[in-house]
Design a binder for this molecule. Structure first.
Ligand code: GMT
Length: 375
């Protein structure tokens, strides 16, 4: 098949999933065309059957807000014709589903019925899409898609609750990991050697947006460090990084908190980790937690959104109520001080991630979906 994929190409879960999916589809023989404003961050320079079409938003002095959505629609229209695409698969509803609908309408006038699949990822539904400025267009664009998928049961339910979506059949296709990449046995524990010595390595990876509650991660670490010699490795960057740095300073633990900034390839880092923390106040899935589990790293987080679909509480990690830093830290200390239970949980984490969220099985679900729309 000839598949167009649009996503946010920058650091973020939806872009990561879209890019990994595109690469997996290309490996299975499909032609994949990324239509984005920048090379997706997880896309290597060259891969057979993977193409990149940049969306260029023209500048004009009149435009205080250059109309990216329209430039994207025009580029989609152009690439569909030139590359004879069979379908457009857009990740994150806003504005991608809207641009795809515009491109679809332009193509319809020319006698082509391009199919549009929209994958909902999280904040497009739970935060941004419910903002009054975007609610009506999000609902409209979802309803106009030929197929809609959501990355968790939670997100499907939330979509139907918040948008109604007359006639929408939202299919849940969970996110996935490549077990060959997220395999700690493949990597040298360089981070541990360089930074931790005999101490435990706790890790967080995100885009440091307010929803991630990165300050809670630092507070939990400060509590754990009192009982277990450990360091905290914070991977990623974003608006709340400064606050997290300040909290580490205030709590007197800054020398043991390492902010690494944005690193694209996280599997080698996870291979050095003992525990992973994702303490978001909402999380539709929690891709970074899944990547940690696949590397045999138990995940700690809050009992919200789709995270309980990924982390099995008490089996592959621990989930506590939002804001329960103390409870999370106490569970982590108890686990770190019990090597037998820690080893069992690590094994369970890697096995469960592989059994339920393996790349091949999930990519096959997308292929079946594509076939169902293209006939
Ligand atoms: O918040 C992020 O980390 C980025 C965001 C996105 O839309 O790019 O992530 C969402 O999609 C990911 C991939 O499907 C999910 O794993 C995340 O849970 C989801 N984020 C939230 O719901 C906050």
């Amino acid at each position: 098949m000839r598949i167009g994929i649009t996503c946010y190409p920058t650091y973020g879960g939806s872009g990561a999933v879209a890019t990994e999916l595109g690469m997996a589809l290309a490996a299975r023989g499909h032609e994949v065309h990324f239509i984005t404003y920048q090379q997706p961050f997880r896309l290597p320079v060259f891969l057979p059957r993977v193409h990149f079409h940049e969306v260029d938003v023209g500048r004009y002095p009149l435009f205080q807000y250059p109309p990216y959505d329209l430039a994207l629609a025009v580029r989609m229209h152009e690439v569909v014709i030139k590359e004879r695409l069979d379908l457009l698969h857009v990740h994150y509803a806003i504005p991608h589903a809207t641009s795809a609908w515009i491109a679809k309408e332009m193509l319809r006038k020319e006698g082509r019925d391009i199919k549009v699949i929209t994958t909902l990822h999280g904040t497009d539904i739970t935060i941004v899409g419910q903002d009054p400025s975007f609610h009506a267009i999000t609902k409209f664009s979802i309803e106009k898609s030929d197929r809609i998928t959501a990355v968790s049961d939670f997100l499907k339910d939330e979509t139907l609750r918040a948008f109604g979506c007359a006639g929408c059949d939202v299919q849940v296709i969970h996110n996935f990991v490549d077990p060959a990449v997220y395999d700690r046995a493949r990597y040298e524990p360089e981070l541990r050697t360089a930074l931790a010595g005999d101490r435990k390595v706790l890790m967080h990876i995100s885009n440091f947006r307010p929803v991630k509650r990165v300050v809670d991660v630092v507070r939990a670490f400060a509590r754990i460090r009192k009982d277990v010699p450990s360091i905290l490795v914070m991977v990623g960057d974003g608006p709340d990084r400064g606050e997290a740095e300040n909290e580490a300073h205030t709590l007197g633990v800054e020398s043991d908190v390492h902010f690494l900034g944005r690193i694209e390839s996280v599997a080698p880092l996870l291979a050095s980790a003992d525990l992973f923390f994702l303490m978001s106040d909402r999380e539709s899935f929690g891709l970074s937690a899944l990547e940690a589990l696949a590397c045999g790293v138990p995940a700690f987080g809050y009992n919200v959104g789709g995270l309980p679909e990924v982390v099995r509480d008490g089996v592959t990690g621990y989930l506590r109520p939002v804001g329960d830093v103390e409870g999370s830290a106490a569970a982590a200390v108890a686990l770190l001080l019990d090597p037998t239970r820690l080893a069992a949980m690590r094994t369970a984490a890697a096995a469960d991630a592989r059994a339920r969220f393996s790349l091949n099985a999930v990519v096959a679900q997308y292929e079946a979906l594509y076939r169902s729309v293209t006939g």
